[in-house]
Design a binder for this molecule. Structure first.
Ligand SMILES: [Zn+2]
Ligand SMILES: [Zn+2]
Length: 615
């Protein structure tokens, strides 16, 4: 049965094709003493998948086993012993006879890696946790972008539960893991077998497998697919399984595990047995975990009045989507849409009475908002606050509890609106003048006065401040510097404001008030080479901590070593992210980060204790 690329293939058809392989027995009933062609097929199956000693086992880095080749075409004691082991490995009754359940299982498509590999800690792990991968060939079944996304998704499953990190490099850079789509005999002693049957195989880490170590081969004769439900063989599933071998895992005897030998259709997640196996080799370090979704904006993260974190982002439908913790410090509800058609990052604020409110720019370039109708509760519909804006929105709460929003107008001046009473109606738009080239950001001085920071046309930082809490505004003043991107602000534990921005050298620079509500230090560099806007958050003990994306697309951070004090060096939190980082503090004081991954899903990592280490 030929497979056309644009044709769907059902699981039944995959089994029919597997039954036609010359290594799959045709009939049940074979037992000790049987002879003939079908015994020969059974012996070939048992040899091919590692139940009889064969040089192929050592090609894949497995130890020798004591079952030597049986007499060809004769169901002898060795054949019986090998068949019993197959049955035991795969949770069938070890009858030692060719019964129906055994025949059924042998007719399933599977991985070409031999079974019966006892896991050992010696020589089966990569010496580093940052690994490279590259493509020697692609499959014409899918676009290169689809293949890259599927391979990335598969690798990310392992990265999410370990310290392992994967970077794609060109073949010229000699990647650790070489991905190939190949048909038939392709030079490694384990030829592929046409459609169905063996789907793929991969080789253990060095020193096993020599130059093949870590390499992952997919049978090009398969109809590879990435859609769900699958129209062919699901590439994400098979790749995730094969990368398990490339990282040092043998086949699992747990039938529901991703690392079990047989393909039963899409299975794009790790099971407990897979996670335990990979963590036994590499440890638990790498705490980024996926919250799914496909988002197209930066994330806004906040905490509800009742302590539950919630975050917001734009979906591929340009509507606003959100997820929330079902209890403080706890697990997450599924994604839900808040509708709308939005053209900016979302921003959140909290009303004086604890109700969250969210602000976005609409397709009409006006500001639109929705608000919780009660603290930690349901939401109003969308309402327009008018205006025509050209930046993301900044929010602040005045000392008297009134919310205030800021954005750049079409005249590039800074405009604002404010609640006329806490939690209440809004005044009209008013201009604060200036000519600005960034999103505005706000901070609140220790004495309650709001202060707003922007980048000017000279790329310096400019600011204005309320002359009294909840009151009128000073004129514009420059804080100098030459910055790229948006500014981050925070208030130190001792009440002094501090600002952070990326310089033209891509290092992080900062200035701080020399006393609360007062004058400013000069600019100082915190070094680094950053590729996002910085964000700054306050730990439960008052120490500021800053997060940026590095040139490696990982999250990097520095933190004050004591409240209002000096700074640690840079450290990586790993990950592979798009855009800016969002953070919120759990009710129990633990910081949590939210990022858009390179797969456009939301990923998060959290402190395992307040002020402390990371998941
Ligand atoms: Zn396998
Ligand atoms: Zn191969």
């Amino acid at each position: 049965m030929p497979i056309k690329q644009d044709e769907e293939i059902s699981y039944d058809e995959l089994q029919t094709l597997t039954k036609e392989k010359d290594y799959v027995p045709e009939t049940a009933g074979l037992a000790r003493g049987s002879q003939g062609a079908d015994v020969d097929r059974l012996q070939r199956y048992l040899t091919m998948f590692g139940y009889v000693e064969t040089p192929v086992r050592s090609d894949f880095g497995l130890e020798r086993i004591e079952i030597t080749p049986p007499k060809k075409g004769v169901f002898d004691a060795k054949t019986e012993e090998a068949l019993k082991r197959f049955q035991e490995f795969n949770n069938l009754t070890p009858t030692g006879e060719m019964d129906e359940p055994t025949l059924e299982l042998m007719s399933k498509p599977r991985c070409g890696f031999p079974d019966v590999g006892e896991f050992t800690l010696d020589g089966r792990r990569w010496p580093n946790t940052t690994l490279t991968f590259g493509y020697e060939s692609f499959s014409p079944d899918l676009t290169q972008a689809q293949i890259r996304a599927a391979i990335r998704q598969a690798l990310d499953l392992w990265a999410a539960v370990t310290p392992l990190r994967f970077n794609e490099v060109p073949m010229a850079s000699n990647p650790d893991i070489v991905v190939r789509f190949v048909a038939g005999n392709h030079g490694d002693g384990s030829p592929f077998d046409g459609a169905s049957g063996v789907l793929a195989h991969a080789f253990f880490p060095p020193p096993n497998g020599g130059s093949l170590a870590g390499d992952t081969h997919f049978d090009e004769a398969e109809a590879w697919s990435v859609n769900l439900p699958a129209s062919g063989i699901d590439l994400v599933t098979v790749a995730a399984h094969e990368f398990g071998h490339a990282l040092g895992l043998a086949h699992s005897t747990v039938s529901g595990a991703l690392m079990a030998p047989f393909y039963n259709g899409p299975h794009r997640n790790l099971e407990a047995d897979d996670i335990a196996g990979i963590r036994a080799i590499y440890g638990t370090g790498g705490g980024w975990a996926s919250l799914g979704g496909i988002i197209t904006s930066n994330i806004a993260a906040t905490r509800n009045a009742d302590g539950r974190l919630e975050f917001f982002a734009r979906g591929t439908d340009n509507a606003l989507w959100h997820r929330w913790q079902t209890a403080p410090n706890n697990g997450w509800a599924g994604w839900a849409s808040m509708g709308g058609v939005i053209t900016s990052d979302p921003v959140t604020a909290q009303n004086a009475d604890g109700r969250l409110e969210i602000f976005v720019r609409g397709t009409d370039n006006a500001v639109w908002h929705r608000w919780q109708t009660a603290p930690s509760n349901g939401w109003s519909g969308w309402a327009s606050l008018g205006g025509v804006i050209t930046s993301n929105i900044a929010t602040a709460r005045n000392a008297d509890g009134r919310m205030e929003i800021f954005a750049r107008g079409t005249d590039n001046a800074l405009w604002h609106r404010w609640q006329t009473a806490p939690g209440n109606g809004w005044a009209g738009w008013a201009s604060l003048g200036g000519v600005i080239t960034s999103d505005p950001v706000t901070a609140q001085n220790a004495d309650g006065r709001l202060e707003v920071f922007v980048r000017g046309t000279d790329n310096a930082v400019w600011h204005r401040w309320q002359t009294a809490p909840s009151n009128g505004w000073s004129g514009w003043a420059s804080l100098g510097g030459v910055i790229t991107g948006n500014i981050a602000t925070a208030r130190n534990a001792d009440g002094r404001l501090e600002i952070f921005a990326r310089g033209t050298d891509n290092a992080l620079w900062h200035r701080w008030q020399t006393a609360p509500n007062n004058g400013w230090s000069g600019w100082a560099s915190l070094g680094g080479s950053i590729t996002s806007d910085p964000i700054v958050v306050q730990n439960a003990d008052g120490r500021l901590e800053i997060f940026v994306r590095g040139t490696d697309n990982a999250v990097w951070h520095r933190w004050q070593t004591a409240p209002s004090n000096g700074w640690s060096g840079w450290a990586s939190l790993g990950g592979a992210i798009n855009g800016n980082i969002a953070s919120a503090r759990n009710q129990d004081g633990r910081l949590e980060l939210f990022v858009r991954g390179t797969d456009n899903a939301v990923w998060h990592r959290w402190q395992t204790a307040p002020n402390n280490g990371w998941s």
